[in-house]
Design a protein around this ligand. Structure first.
Ligand code: CP
Ligand code: NVA
Length: 309
């Protein structure tokens, strides 16, 4: 891998992502091993988590190592002590850090000051582990990534951004339908466009869900208000009222389209009640594949390095 950390999908090349997918599939088939024997991973979380926390903890156990979970109250990142000190202290004890922070800047500061690998377990900007695991799920189901169309309906949020980057790098066409004011934009979109020019992926940003979903191979949605945006929930419910993923909308996609969601879902908001329990949904494969993809990632990043002397 190009660097010591994984903060953004844009840290990776298509070759890196293919290697992670291949290794994850091997590990899924082969089960536990001792590749990270006696290594310790710290999990520092400023927000709640089920999948990220449990899958990284189980991943370390299945690789022969351990994880230590640090809850928001325990560490007080940047409040009880500076982020830079937390990074340097942890680097003397553990072999890697997974963090879930509100601000992406805090994640970058952790990575800059830590001497051990830092993995982004979700920030306000990106959720790279989710997107990489989802590309494993798509590959398992479809047998290819290039030339497929992934349609995202909803907020241009952390998950959408990481998917856009992954698609742009891997040559997967990416369409996103978001209401005005909630689109993906800025530097990250520019970066995605650059990757897409190299890979041949087509990017489409629209306000029209039907335009995004029409003929798509994968239809994806996520919550309208992400963690940290609870105060905006009501305003967002109004803004996104026409962006619910319904059976009618899904019927516009390819017949064998996959229905994806990172979970947790708000059934009856972004997704029609019951739809995630129906045949096209692969949400529990997505959740399972977090474990396998992250094992591959941990071995790549932590396989060679130890804590600072
Ligand atoms: N999808 C995901 O990251 O779930 P958690 O918030 O439960 O970790
Ligand atoms: N966009 C959601 C994803 C949760 C996994 C959030 O940030 O809350």
């Amino acid at each position: 891998m190009p660097g010591k950390d994984l903060l953004s999908v844009s840290d990776l090349t298509a070759e890196d992502i293919w290697r992670l997918i291949a290794r994850a599939r091997d590990m899924k088939r082969e089960g536990p091993n001792r590749l990270l024997e006696a290594k310790v991973l710290a999990l520092i979380f400023e927000k709640p988590s089920l999948r990220t926390r449990v899958s990284f903890d189980v991943a370390m156990r299945q690789l022969g190592g351990h994880a230590i979970y640090l809850s928001p109250g325990e560490v007080g990142l940047g409040q009880r002590e500076p982020v830079s000190d937390v990074a340097r202290v942890l680097s003397r004890y553990v072999d890697g850090i997974v963090a879930r922070t509100f601000s992406h800047d805090v994640m970058e500061s952790l990575a800059r000051h830590a001497t051990v690998p830092v993995i982004n377990g979700l920030t306000d900007r990106e959720h790279p582990c989710q997107a990489l695991s989802d590309f494993l799920t798509i590959y398992e189901r479809k047998g290819r990534l290039e030339g497929l169309t992934l349609a995202f309906v909803g907020d241009g949020n952390n998950v959408a951004r990481s998917l856009l980057l992954a698609a742009s790098i891997m040559g997967t066409d990416f369409r996103i339908a978001s209401p005005q004011g909630y689109e993906v934009g800025g530097e990250l979109l520019a970066l995605g466009r650059r990757f897409a020019r190299q890979s041949g992926a087509q990017l489409l940003l629209t306000a029209e869900p039907r335009r995004a979903v029409h003929g798509a191979d994968v239809v994806y949605t996520d919550v309208w208000a992400s963690m940290g945006q609870e105060a905006e929930a009501e305003a967002r419910r109004l803004a996104f009222a026409d962006y619910q993923l319904t059976r009618d909308l899904l019927a516009m996609a390819a017949k064998d389209a996959l229905l994806m969601h990172p979970l947790p879902a708000h059934h009856g908001e972004e997704i029609a009640p019951g739809l995630l329990d129906e045949g096209q949904s692969v949400v529990f494969d997505q959740a399972e594949n977090r474990l396998h993809l992250q094992k591959a990632l941990l071995v790549e990043l932590m396989g060679k390095v130890g804590p600072s002397p």
